[in-house]
Write a protein that binds this ligand. Sequence first.
Ligand code: CP
Ligand code: NVA
Length: 326
Amino acid sequence: MTAPHPIVPLITSLREHDLLSLGALSRQDVETLFATAAALKKDVKPYRNALDGRSVAMLFEKPSLRTRVSFEVGIHRLGGHAVYLDHSEQRLGERETIADYGHNLERWVDAIVARVYKQTILAGLSDASRVPVINALSDLHHPCQALADYLTLREKFPKRAWNDIRLAYVGDGNNVCHSLVELGAILGVHVTVLTPPGRNPSTPIMKQCAAFAAKSGSTIKVSHDLSDIAGHDAVYTDVWVSMGQGRETDRIRELFKPFQVNANLMGLASRGLSGGQRSLFMHCLPAHRGSEVTDEVIDAAESVVFDQAENRMHAQMALLVHMLCG
Ligand code: CP
Ligand code: NVA
């Protein structure tokens, strides 16, 4: 008989709960989740049957490489089964109501992973189904990405307190940025957001982050002044135009060009770090090389983008274990 998987303690805010954003998690919850992810990464064997007999529906309105593969492979490694539902042609709510869709799914599967255009669709799915719904990217949040990102920072700075880590996000103030700031504020990381004028993160989300930051000792700063990038342990960027928001026009290129993460900006970010430390480079991917980041930066030794991509799987496996087991 296989020994029971060692999940101690269970995270009650995750057990059978949705993950539409990260706001319900405490710092301790995230630490516990990262400990599980680290254990899974080291040796998956004790967890091989954690999702035995469990099925997860994975519905995607938008394209994906990392999210789809990391969830599917992760679920398989835990002994569960993933069902992919392609909604690229037919958006949710078109063939039948979101409520009917959710009421069907809850009869068959144990969790729903959903990549959607609108956060409100996730809320509708959550209302309609008893099983947990995991946000796999919406217009407002990308919680699974942020979990993998801070897991990566934990690995890169194993001895640092969260309050001793400074992260700069450069680019568009939307989904990836929101989740990055949200989790940073919960953990106590100092986050500087540098956006072009008119591309600030959402005010209500930043207000909520400020409340988390007041509790954790984090500082959150939103600025248009690139000189504020000095002295950050890591620099993070994302595409200039998100999926479903059109294409990279000349106007967009003009607006974002000063915010391109190139060797010069990385040099500025490293300024003031002690002991000759150089800032890490982070990106959720896919990257548009030559736009938001240069080849030189994404291919440099300081780039941790593929560690982030790998950690998507470990963080999500930990998430599913805490959500569905116990
Ligand atoms: N970072 C991320 O979510 O990648 P995909 O769009 O490929 O899933
Ligand atoms: N902001 C990007 C993230 C992709 C993972 C988008 O929404 O397309």
